[in-house]
Design a protein around this ligand. Sequence first.
Ligand SMILES: Cc1ncc(COP(=O)(O)O)c(C=O)c1O
Length: 451
Amino acid sequence: MTIDEQTYAQYVHEDLAHLLHPQYYAPDHQAPVIFDHGEGVWLTDVKGKRYIDALSSLWNVAVGHGRGELADAAAEQIRKVAFTNNYVGFSNVPAIQLAAKVVSLAYDNMAAVFFTNSGSESNEGAFKTARFYWNLQGRPSKVKLIARERAYHGGTLATSAMTGLPVFWKYFGPLDPNIVHTKKPDNLECDCEPNSDGECAHWLEAAILREGPDTVAAFIAEPVKGAGGVWTPADGYFERIREICDRYDVLFIADEVITGFGRTGYWFALERWGVQPDILSIAKAITSGYIPMGAFIVSKPIAEALHDLPPDARFMHAYTNSAHPTASAVGLRNLKIMEDERLLENAAAMGARMGDAFEQALGKHAHVTNLRHLGLIAGLTLVKDAATGEAYAASDGIGGRVARHLREEGGVITRFVGDNIVFAPPLIVSAAEVDQIVEATARAIAAVTAG
Ligand SMILES: Cc1ncc(COP(=O)(O)O)c(C=O)c1O
């Protein structure tokens, strides 16, 4: 479908009048891209303009757009029965099969899945489960959650508090004082190689000691901080995190809402370092965004504790749409696509290609620093002077200007976070498409930084 200017203007008018978008700010919506259809890594808007979707839309459309198999899986299940109650004493076959499949793909220590509708619900449920678990262990004082600066964990009240980006807190407070963040300890002397944003595992230890280990239920971390600007961990970081959590009896929640299901070339990102979390939060790529779904997956000890509850301690956590049969059917088919098409291998190969290509195109650029990538997720930082590290003034809006140029002139859609530009194309991306993303990005940076 392509539409004329008058129809477009009418849509914009109605959008502004009636649709409150995520992260809403009306000036963003004066001349929006209104999408019409997609195929593979390509999206087409209602005016007929084509774009490469270099962020898998919102890091979720892993198998690419326009997959008829997923439409068929949903339609088949809806014809059979779209929804059934999954509460006390009821179940359904697609959810049972998807739970077993996800456990088989996840870390060896994982045992049981609670399905949600989003990443926020997954993280919120993971935190509630951590508290519930410590109560079952007779340690009710363990109620706090430690998260990291620059992390993004969701939009509910608790997950907004977990999010370590103050812009998400403004006017929503007061936030839960039991949710706190790591920060650089005073006088820290250690020989850890820092993560790409400067953090090291000792920041967590300092936070646990600051709060008191007997008060801390869990630590939550994304293996790669995504929406905060793509910040990758140093080798050794998560191994140390695991040791520290074990030392102080703190559960480790891995938020793999972005990194789960192949993004880094592994089913789950911590496999790279041989680390296992206690609770694993997922969403997004489990259905490639074709239908909303998320989950948190618990380790064997937590699953056993939940199986053997005392009669007065039912796990009263629930969502109407938990273990939704249609979403489960789509999830199962989506994971089959990933296996049949060997998308993890493609993600690893295309991620390496994208990292090398960015290095070659922008590694010595006067306005680019801190190129980073892990598998098929990458970020770069725009700076006024790469030699001195001098940043652009916030009023320059450099990230937004480059992202806009990239979209309008280069036909590549991605996201900026402050001065950072981030990339996470679908796992099906081809070598030619990777090259096109990198070349268009280099051209956009050259044009905007020259002007
Ligand atoms: C790492 C991470 N966790 C949680 C969430 C929240 O997921 P949702 O928007 O599905 O609630 C996101 C969303 O981008 C995310 O990137």
